[in-house]
Design a protein around this ligand. Structure first.
Ligand code: SF4
Length: 583
């Protein structure tokens, strides 16, 4: 229960098909989410064993405010990544956090390996594992459809998390699909589930979870809710959504286009958020417990069977998928982008890594570095058909080329050549070519994510190049603030709403005064703990390379200063070493 000092964690052994609940950790020290997940990895992980070792845990964690305040709607998934063989986190919403809250599960740890493809069902009334080998090889959509039929819905919040062929085939950037339209996308949680024969799990949140009946809680909830829905703090996420960034970044010469050969898209009008909204937007939806609703769903209409028959599919989009499977692939047509996204979704692939990997493959194909005997289909910028087929090959790992490309762009580039133009910053880049600060922050960041720190904001707000000392102070402080949020576990879009002070008020209103009092120092400790766990699994900041393509970029500020970027990267590596040093 929320007022308790430790976490209620379900540890499920897939080898035995049995789980047990334990009490774990101290909320005042670990907070929840990111902190709880890192401590669980310390307890159950095997730092020097490979990611696919059955002993490795696949961890899910929510936070003390999950379901109690607006946008406290995310869960943390933590695991040893098969992409880089180091500890990492991925975040997602959907119905999972709320279902865990209503099942009284703060943390969930899968260990071991099931003998056959299996589905675990967990909740207050049920804790069981089912053989679902009939679903082996099924794509994400049909897996979801069959699971909904096989395991009928009971009352309350239910969440279905599953993998597609890419996860089963152990593609190191396979994702976990959460309900509909949400994902633990990056760095291969889906492949870890595949290695455990965990085709799916279902959380039944059937219990009661009464909110505190105090005036303080009700008043604070109303204050936060009003900020979220009645002010313009969050309105951009609902109106055009993050897809609105496509035109904005293009205008300031910061949109990665055609494998980052350009930062302005000559045909951007075909794929802007405005175009998606005007031509394809069908509806908007939200994670459970979020009044914002940033999830934009477009209608994809494709010819089917004969000239008079059409197939309609609903596909979600936002900035990152449009960047990766749109601008990076030179796409000039919003429907084409949706078609590629739909195929990634079906396979259960991270759209960002898949899109950026295919962008590298297209340039390599144009340069003659790889041939059609390898790609099977011709890869050309702005040609949707080839990309849809290539995504299927990536999911199926059809041949050596797709096997290597599925291991990451850098792995394929090392084998075939073309490392200079592999757009990898720790993993395939995110959709911002704003300057030195962003490139360094993604390359060195804990999750190699655009959400680790606001490096792209620093680039945009600074005239000229960000000074190194100021950039470092910003990276470390911004990461600490975000770690606080991902320990609660808030959607990071609400970062301007939830200051430390508001979070402390929120925790105190839930009866967690001790956690509130210790919030800032505990989040500093969690920031350190995550890095310590990462280092224990082999991370070396000196090993991170920023490929040449990133110093060839031109933004509205002019050319990137490669020497300045290298100095910033080296200085940030030193800061990270200090953070990761064991106490
Ligand atoms: S803003 Fe979007 S991603 Fe964040 S919780 Fe709401 S619906 Fe989910």
């Amino acid at each position: 229960m929320i007022g308790e000092s430790s976490f209620r964690v379900l540890v499920f052994d897939l080898g035995r098909g049995q789980g047990k609940f334990i009490r774990f950790g101290d909320k005042t020290k670990l907070l929840g989410g990111s902190g709880l997940a890192a401590a669980l990895f310390q307890e159950y992980g095997v730092a020097d064993a490979p990611a696919f070792d059955p002993r490795q845990p696949l961890i899910f964690a929510i936070g003390p405010l999950t379901g109690c305040f607006p946008l406290m709607s995310k869960a943390v998934c933590a695991f040893k990544s098969p992409y880089h063989e180091q500890y990492t986190e991925s975040h997602a919403g959907g119905r999972l956090p709320m279902a865990m809250r209503f099942a009284h599960i703060d943390g969930l740890v899968f260990v071991g390996r099931a003998e056959r493809p299996s589905c675990v069902i967990a909740g207050i009334r049920r804790l069981e594992m089912h053989d679902v080998h009939a679903l082996a090889g099924q794509d994400v959509f049909s897996t979801g459809k069959h699971l909904r039929r096989m395991f009928r819905r009971s009352t309350g919040h239910r969440s279905i998390v599953r993998i597609g062929p890419a996860g089963e085939n152990l593609v190191p950037y396979a994702c976990l699909n959460v309900d509909t339209y949400r994902h633990f996308g990056r760095l291969g949680a889906g492949a870890v589930a595949g290695s455990k024969n965990l085709k799916a799990f279902i959380i039944n949140g059937e219990s009661a979870f009464p909110a505190p009946a105090t005036k303080t809680y009700a008043k604070l909830f109303q204050k936060v809710y009003s900020q979220v829905v009645d002010t313009d703090m969050m309105s951009k996420y609902h109106s055009l959504g993050t897809a609105g960034n496509v035109a904005v970044l293009n205008k300031i010469q910061s949109l990665p286009v055609r494998n980052l050969q350009m930062t302005v898209h000559p045909k951007v009008d075909g794929i802007t958020g405005e175009t998606f909204a005007k031509e394809l937007l069908l509806r908007k939806t939200a994670c459970a417990g979020c009044p914002v609703g940033c999830i934009h769903v477009g209608l994809l209409r494709e010819m089917f069977a004969s000239d008079n028959e059409y197939l309609y599919r609903q596909v979600s989009y936002d900035h990152e998928p449009i960047f990766a499977c749109g601008a990076m692939l030179g796409m000039s047509d919003a429907s084409g982008v949706l078609a590629i996204l739909d195929e990634c979704e079906r396979q259960g692939l991270d759209v960002m890594s898949a899109g950026v990997a295919l962008a590298w493959a297209t340039e390599a194909f144009e340069r003659g570095v790889i041939k059609e005997s390898e790609t099977i289909v011709p890869l050309r910028f702005d040609e949707v058909k080839g990309y849809c087929q290539a995504v299927r090959h990536l999911g199926a790992r059809t041949n050596d080329f797709y096997r290597l490309l599925g291991q990451g762009t850098a792995v394929a580039a090392k084998h075939y050549g073309g490392a200079d133009y592999a757009c990898v910053l720790g993993q395939e880049m995110a959709g911002y070519a704003t300057g030195e600060a962003f490139f360094v922050s993604q390359a060195m960041g804990f999750r190699h994510s655009h959400l680790d720190t606001g490096g792209y904001t620093l680039d945009q707000k600074t005239e000229g190049k960000p000074e190194i000392d100021k950039a470092l102070a910003f990276f470390v402080d911004d990461e600490r603030k975000r770690v606080t949020l991902t320990s609660m576990v808030s959607c990071l879009f609400a970062r301007n709403v939830y200051s430390d002070a508001i979070l402390q008020e929120a925790l105190a209103s839930m009866g967690l005064e001790d956690v509130a009092a210790n919030l800032v120092s505990a989040s500093e400790e969690v920031q350190r703990l995550r890095w310590q766990v990462r280092f224990s699994t082999g991370f070396d900041p000196a090993s991170v390379r920023i490929p040449k393509r990133f110093s060839e970029v031109k933004t509205w500020k002019g050319p990137i200063d490669g020497a300045h970027m290298a100095a910033m990267q080296a200085a940030y590596a030193d800061e990270i070493r200090k953070l990761g040093a064991a106490a």
